[in-house]
Design a protein around this ligand. Structure first.
Ligand code: MRU
Length: 356
């Protein structure tokens, strides 16, 4: 998608270097960063220079390519894959991509392993672009129906950033929005700020602005009253791990948005590629929920009057904080899952019917 009118992807490979957009500097600074080692790839995932389930997966795949470039050695490759998988616990795409790469590389001789690894990392990347594009086309029909019935601007609420910055291109939750906009359908997006790291304000609103799509940032607790007032026609969010039961794990706060949507009969859709389905875990309480540094809550970063990025303490010095990064929305609160293969009910039958 576009930044300053120029098309970008979130990750690309150039002369044995992985290039990423450093998302910790957005929206105030646009910095393309080089990753030259698997250690730098692990750090980029941990510090959230790259984030969003599909992009984390692609970064891990390229991380294994860098591992082979550093040292073409099986034990180093295994060490690298363990290190990548351990970088963040919740988004299933990370383990999905590493397992897929390691399966592809198993038994490949050292002369060919770099070529095979790079090829598979590129396939994973291109596949994700197509998954997201098709999620967009499948979700577009839902927006078109709403526009036809409403004969006015369709107001869509989204939480966190499940945009192209969280994938490679198009995004998951944003892809139907981009397709609708490109088709001339009038849309307006309520963008949850998404504390504590503000992925909604810093990344989703930024993306939508760059594509010329009308949007308004709201505090995370505002969605409920907007729904009561009939100012939200549908919600669409992404997912870090959707179980085959239809239970959806996504950014903290998604569950509360789904409860408000149900209470106000607002359709609540989840855009999810097949790479984000966990076919193993059946009980959502077993999903590893990431707990991050409380300083992400107690401190906030922004531009000072001299246009310099500053970090400020906003909590009482003596107070302690808990920073859980994800929660789970039970399937019963989900209107439908928008996948690259179509839209289905959030259930085992629904998902198996479409993806198996
Ligand atoms: O902590 P983050 O920024 O990696 O969390 C991202 C999300 O929760 C997204 O909604 C999810 O990864 C889907 S991205 C298409």
């Amino acid at each position: 998608m576009l930044i300053n009118g120029k098309p970008y992807r979130t990750i690309w490979f150039e002369k044995n270097i992985v290039k990423i957009i450093d998302q910790t500097k957005l929206p105030h600074q646009f910095i393309v960063k080089d990753l030259r080692t698997v250690k730098e790839s692990i750090n980029a995932i941990k510090t959230m220079e790259v984030r969003g389930a599909p992009l984390i997966g692609a970064t891990a795949a390229y991380g294994l390519v860098l591992s082979i470039l550093e040292k073409n050695d099986q034990s180093f490759l295994r060490e690298s894959s363990d290190g990548l998988i351990a970088s963040r616990p919740t988004a299933i795409n990370l383990k999905w991509a590493v397992d897929r790469m390691m399966k592809k590389l198993s038994g490949v001789n050292s002369n060919e392993i770099l070529t095979v690894a790079l090829e598979e990392a590129k396939i994973i990347t291109e596949e994700d672009v197509n998954f997201c594009k098709n999620i967009g086309l499948n979700g577009l029909k839902i927006i078109e129906d709403l526009a036809r019935r409403k004969k006015d601007t369709v107001n869509i609420l989204t939480h966190c950033n499940a945009g192209w910055l969280a994938t490679i291109d198009w995004g998951t939750a944003t892809s139907p929005i981009y397709h609708a906009h490109q088709k001339g359908i009038k849309v307006h997006i309520w963008v949850d700020e998404t504390r504590p790291r503000n992925q909604g304000a810093n990344l989703t609103s930024y993306e939508l602005n760059e594509e010329g799509i009308s949007n308004t940032i709201i505090a995370d607790n505002t969605g409920g009253i907007l729904m009561q007032r009939g100012q939200v026609d549908m919600c669409i969010v992404g997912s870090d791990r959707t179980l085959s039961t239809g239970d959806v794990c996504n950014k903290i706060g998604t569950y509360l948005k789904a409860l408000a949507a149900r209470d106000n009969n607002v359709p609540f859709y989840v855009a999810v590629p097949s790479s984000t389905i966990d076919w193993k875990i059946k009980d959502f309480k077993e999903i590893p929920i990431e707990e991050r540094d409380p300083k992400e809550l107690s401190h906030i970063e922004g531009l000072d009057n001299d246009n310099k990025l500053q970090k400020l303490l906003i909590y009482p010095k003596k107070s302690k904080a808990l920073n859980l990064a994800f929660d789970v929305t039970p399937a019963k609160l989900v209107t439908g899952l928008i996948t690259e293969k179509g839209v289905c009910e959030a259930s085992e039958d629904g998902l198996k019917g479409l993806l198996k």
